[in-house]
Design a binder for this molecule. Structure first.
Ligand code: NAD
Length: 313
């Protein structure tokens, strides 16, 4: 059975990926500094006898080398994430996301291991063209004053990965995740669904930034795990940048809040906060964020399965 190495493996997506591989009989090692990840996310996996959490940083080349050497397939999910983190600490965001990816790619190259790198829909910047396709312009050609430290670092990470593939034939895949949701996602970093659900359960006002007409397409974390596991087994995916998202579940933030109130039977009211008062945003957010899924459908016939109501439940 395969040995899997996941950086950021105690995080939200990483812990679900680890869980899937353990269920399938594989051995998993997670490297995580627990900055946003949590030990509890992966604690139940220890009982399998095939899971190990290494508490350390992806910036530590020695540890990364050691863990990479001992695996068959690797996933690089560790990153400084969350609106507050990346707006308040752009330097930390840049360093972790650039140097971490550099360390992981160098190790994968050293031991010729297959690697999947997590990028983000944020690289599309504030484009007004929908849906976002992989060959569209990215933030590198635009001026965006919002989550630039995160978006720019991820965009450079993508180029670094592609350079390793082109120059050194490294078997690398880059995926651009769109808004991923599910259990273990915390609301601490500005994630809308955990925040709204918490406010609804406490019968507090549900705080909507702007007029609430901005929309998002949510994808269930289990669908994301399914996609990446299949992509790493697909030779045609190597050297590619691939959107992973769901274009069927687009919903406005206002309707999302109403749906959560309905599902929880909450007494919460909607409270609209103008963008200029919405810390740490302070500016208008993207109107829509819709993935073009043509490429992933062609590669693996991908079709997300879980519907929004099920995700919210
Ligand atoms: P997360 O915060 O739960 O996971 C990131 C993990 O990386 C955390 O466990 C954190 O502790 C760890 N980490 C951070 N810095 C580290 C370091 N220096 N060394 C070791 N570990 C470190 O967030 P997530 O949502 O699971 O995100 C996983 C990946 O997917 C990230 O690369 C993120 O940028 C990307 N992504 C996620 C989404 C989403 O909607 N969740 C969307 C786009 C991209």
């Amino acid at each position: 059975m395969q040995k899997i190495f996941i950086t950021g493996g105690a995080g939200f997506i990483g812990s679900h990926l680890a869980e899937a591989y353990i269920r399938q009989g594989c051995t998993v090692t997670a490297l995580d500094d627990l900055s946003t990840g949590r030990e509890e996310n992966v604690a139940p996996l220890a009982a399998s006898g095939r899971f190990k959490l290494v508490k350390g940083s992806v910036l530590d080349q020695k540890i990364v080398d050691e863990l990479m050497r001992d695996c068959d397939v690797s996933y690089h999910l560790a990153a400084a994430v969350g609106v507050y983190t990346i707006v308040e600490k752009p330097l930390n965001s840049l360093m972790t996301n650039l140097k971490g990816t550099e360390a992981v790619l160098a190790a994968a190259d050293k031991y010729q291991k297959k690697i999947l790198i997590a990028s983000t829909s944020e690289v599309y910047g504030k484009s007004n063209k929908f849906p976002f396709g992989e060959t569209d312009d990215t933030i590198m050609g635009a001026t965006d004053k919002s989550r630039w430290s995160y978006a720019y670092a991820k965009a450079i990470d993508e180029f670094m990965a592609l350079a390793y593939h082109q120059e050194k034939k490294l078997p690398v895949i880059v995926v651009r995740f769109f808004n991923t949701v599910g259990p273990r996602q915390t609301g601490r970093y500005g994630m809308v669904i955990p925040n709204f659900v918490r406010q609804a359960l406490l019968n507090e006002d549900i705080t909507i930034f702007g007029d609430g007409h901005q929309s998002r397409c949510f994808i269930y974390v289990g669908d994301v795990v399914d996609a990446v596991q299949r992509l790493v087994e697909t030779p045609q995916a190597l050297g590619q940048v691939i959107n992973v998202g769901n274009n069927n579940l687009e919903i406005s933030i206002e309707d999302l809040a109403k749906k959560i109130i309905e599902l929880t039977g909450s007494k919460s009211k909607l409270a609209y906060i103008p963008y200029e008062k919405a810390y740490p945003l302070g500016f208008e957010d993207m109107e829509r964020r819709v993935p073009d899924l043509f490429k992933i459908k062609k590669l693996i016939g991908f079709q997300p399965k879980v519907q929004l109501e099920e995700i919210l439940q």
